[in-house]
Design a protein around this ligand. Structure first.
Ligand SMILES: Cc1ncc(C[n+]2csc(CCOP(=O)(O)OP(=O)(O)O)c2C)c(N)n1
Length: 376
């Protein structure tokens, strides 16, 4: 069995001090260590945990993700279309429930057999984590080499690997008063492009703009291609989790997250995580065209969803209905002065500009340019 505190300290010595994950009992003691000794963000979904960790990585940290192997399936989208695509390395610990030869529950049987094959398929380096302290230390050094080459590395963790660590104290939930503004007048339904132009013209030297998968990122590129922008071409639904990771560790930034209704609906648990961790330097803007515009304009199910209520109920400090571009501008200017985790909801028209292009700059180059901007 590993001495969890010593193992965690070794990780910390190598710079791994930011964790996100969804619990598994096999990982309980490492989670307790990370809450006691490092920074831990409890995600609602393993894919979101990967995106949160990725945001922290882009901002300059070496992040760790923790998950049960049943949750590895939830993380496949960001691992394959965010981490691989942008070369954003995360150090993973995935438990192996349903290990061959051990009695376990039926729901773990297949995943127990395919966990390591899934890691191979995703081109992720991995090893079974040794139960010997010295051997595990060497493994961590090896993993660190891969991470430093921008390659994710996962440890597959068997039952009984980590010795007992007691939790020092749980995080208190926030009790801030929520400010909300509901729909009052008729929506003007501006285009996505015009909305992005307003957002973009208000940016300053501290602003970073994260554009979600599909047309939002593509149109943001058309509005102005600049180093402040990250066009997140894959990992649909992960944009605000990425923003949470980045905003948490880079408090000097104004992190503007530009989301779509289809994207947000895909991983709405992120709202609860954002509301709990409350990055006050994050502005989450939802451009709702009630459709999956990027894939042909099919209707989403956003029609009956009151996002302003939901964001408020999830703990966003401010959640405002926006009816037109003048209000959008005024609310962004207000946010820059007062900050606080804020959600802006704007209904936009369907469709996009003609011949909307795709970023001509590769995802890796977008990331490098973005990081140079962060570190200048
Ligand atoms: C996990 C995943 N599922 C589906 C897709 C295909 N896809 C790409 S963009 C998109 C629509 C996004 O809709 P929305 O967020 O509402 O933005 P809009 O296109 O309307 O601007 C879909 C379904 C994908 N890239 N990833």
């Amino acid at each position: 069995m590993l001495n969890t505190n010593r193992f965690g300290d070794e990780l910390k010595r190598l710079g791994f001090n930011f964790y996100s994950g969804v619990p598994c009992s096999f990982l309980k003691n490492l989670i307790n260590y990370s809450i006691n000794e490092c920074e831990y963000i409890a995600a609602t979904n393993e894919g979101d945990a990967v995106a949160i960790a990725s945001g922290a990585c882009i901002g300059g940290r070496k992040p760790v993700v923790l998950m049960q192997n049943s949750g590895l399936t939830n993380a496949v989208s960001p691992l394959t279309s965010l981490n691989y695509t942008f070369k954003i390395p995360v150090l993973g610990f995935v438990s192996i429930r349903g290990e061959l030869g051990l009695k376990d529950e039926p729901q773990h049987e297949l995943m127990g057999q395919i966990t390591t094959r899934m890691l191979d398929l995703m081109d992720i380096k991995w090893q079974y984590l040794s139960l010997d302290d010295e051997e595990a230390k060497l493994q961590v050094a090896e993993a660190n080499k891969w991470i430093e080459k921008n390659h994710s590395f996962f440890f597959v963790v068997k039952k009984g690997t980590f010795d007992d660590v007691k939790l020092d104290g749980e995080r208190q939930s926030n009790s801030k008063k929520i400010r909300k503004a509901e729909k009052k007048v008729i929506d003007e339904l501006p285009s996505r492009f015009a909305s992005l132009q307003v957002i973009n013209k208000l940016k300053n030297e501290q602003t970073v703009q994260l554009g979600t998968t599909g047309k939002a990122g593509r149109e943001l590129y058309e509005v102005e291609d600049c180093a402040n922008n990250l066009y997140v071409v894959g990992s649909m639904g992960c944009i605000s989790s990425l923003g949470l990771g980045l905003a948490t560790i880079r408090k000097e930034l104004n992190v503007v997250v530009i989301d779509g209704d289809g994207s947000l609906l895909m991983r709405m648990g992120c709202l609860a995580t954002n509301g709990t961790y409350q990055p006050e330097n994050m502005l989450h803007i939802l451009l709702d065209n009630q459709s999956y515009d990027s894939t042909g304009g099919q209707s989403t199910v956003s029609n009956n969803v009151n996002f302003v209520d939901i964001a408020g109920a999830c703990g966003y400090e401010k959640s405002f209905y926006i009816h037109n571009l003048e209000e959008l501008e005024a609310r962004i200017i207000e946010w820059k002065k007062t900050k606080g985790l804020t959600f802006l909801y704007l209904k936009i028209s369907k469709g996009s500009i003609e011949n909307v292009g795709r970023p001509k700059i590769s995802p890796c180059e977008v990331k490098r340019r973005f990081q140079r901007f962060l570190n200048k």
